[in-house]
Write a protein that binds this ligand. Structure first.
Ligand SMILES: Nc1nc2c(c(=O)[nH]1)N[C@@H](CN(C=O)c1ccc(C(=O)N[C@@H](CCC(=O)O)C(=O)O)cc1)CN2
Ligand SMILES: NCC(=O)N[C@@H]1O[C@H](COP(=O)([O-])[O-])[C@@H](O)[C@H]1O
Length: 213
């Protein structure tokens, strides 16, 4: 049984989607937040998932926060660390420690709109499509190998909240799917690219891009 640790900073709706979906062959060993008030902690605790807070404001710098965070994570010997609405930029040392087993979901079609406030920036830019990206985490922000993306239309009168909700619904669909593919060993990292391998059916080839969620 593989072990997954999920990091959150707030409501944790992506963590909730992963927990509710279930990941065959894995257990959610812990949900850890950098913010004591993260609402997602209550959801996890109610499902008897171990929860912990490593409060970034309690540390003098990023390096010591990241070291404490890694210590908390490693107590659960994770096969995969999942950033789910986790809002801290991680140090290179931390990222290297989890190389190949640290993923994130970003609310844009990377490489477009890396960083924060993606929906507002998409509206300001007048893009006609927007979406979400699941990617491996690298020291450089929001630049890691892409596992899967989802596209949504930007409608003429969209507010930031309406667009965010449309993207979030797709996040809740693709993140559990991406975690399942990774835990099933169907994602191969090849330099700057991630390839989702077909899981052959008894009677032939399955194209993961077409596979239903
Ligand atoms: N080294 C990396 N760290 C993180 C990555 C990454 O790809 N490489 N992904 C991010 C997630 N993320 C966007 O998807 C993101 C999160 C946070 C920030 C940011 O500027 N955070 C501020 C604090 C903001 C706050 O507390 O509200 C900060 O850390 O100073 C940018 C992008 C996770 N980390
Ligand atoms: N840069 C990271 C980032 O912006 N993550 C975004 O935070 C929102 C809340 O997630 P949550 O409901 O899972 O907490 C989600 O849209 C997620 O993509």
């Amino acid at each position: 049984m593989k072990s997954i640790v999920i990091l959150i900073s707030g409501r944790g709706s992506n963590m909730e989607a992963i927990v509710r979906a279930g990941i065959p062959g894995a257990r959610i060993a812990a949900v850890i937040s950098n913010r004591p008030g993260a609402e997602g902690l209550a959801f996890a605790a109610a499902r008897d998932i171990a929860t912990e807070v490593v409060d970034h404001t309690a540390y003098p710098d990023r390096e010591r926060f990241d070291a404490a965070l890694a210590e908390a994570i490693d107590r659960h010997t994770p096969d995969l660390v999942v950033l789910a609405g986790f809002m801290r930029v991680l140090t290179a040392d931390f990222v290297r420690h989890y190389a190949g087993r640290l993923i994130n979901i970003h609310p844009s079609l990377l490489p477009a709109f890396g960083g924060l406030h993606t929906h507002r920036r998409a509206l300001e830019a007048g893009v006609r499509v927007h979406g979400a990206t699941v990617h491996y985490v690298t020291p450089e922000l929001d630049c890691g190998p892409i596992v899967v993306q989802a596209v949504v239309p930007v409608l003429p009168d969209d507010t930031e909240a309406e667009l965010a909700a449309r993207v979030l619904a797709e996040e809740h669909r693709i993140y559990p799917q991406a975690v399942r593919w990774i835990i099933a060993g169907r994602v191969r990292l090849d330099g700057a690219r991630a390839e989702v391998l077909a899981a052959p059916e008894p009677n032939g080839f399955v194209n993961p891009a077409l596979e239903p969620a």
